[in-house]
Design a protein around this ligand. Sequence first.
Ligand code: ZN
Length: 205
Amino acid sequence: MILNIVQREDPVLRQIAAEVPIEEITSERIKDIILSMKETMHAAPGVGLAAPQVGISLQIVVIEDREEYMSAMQPEIRKERGRKPVPFHVIINPKLTILENIEVTYFEGCLSVNGTIRITPRAKSVMVECYDENGEKKVIHAEGWYARILQHEIDHLNGKLYIDISDKRTEIQNNAENRNKWLNATSADINQYLQDIVNVKELNR
Ligand code: ZN
């Protein structure tokens, strides 16, 4: 079942999501939630979805980054961003550790913040300890775009949105023109744009 994705004003997005009791991970209720989240993510479409985004304050995330989402990107840009297909998987009760606290800045959006995107800093690589949908413990090491997705989705479980950590001055409309314009931007292009915005702001003081 495709669920309604709540938007930024909804208080559920600001709650700390509850852990799923280990013995309930394989229950019908949790299985149903995961299936609906998967269908909702595909329909959106998006590369990740956290349960609070469909109004369920539980520590469940689904992620899938498909080749078709990145096929229009130049190979060298994909390489720079560390963007590779990630198969569908489920993350339950995650603990995230930053491995390389090197800031990487790209445009980022969210299915719960309709209409706009912003330049958002994220750590380059992370480790996530969690459970999968079978109740098995897992450890994930990720870098590049996958590390960004993990940070974004796990923030949702802690009541945080990307707009909390990004500069509002970098906000642009999430439309086809802007997406195409920035699709193949290098990190250097984006940092230059960020610098220009800061300079304009200072000139206008
Ligand atoms: Zn989001």
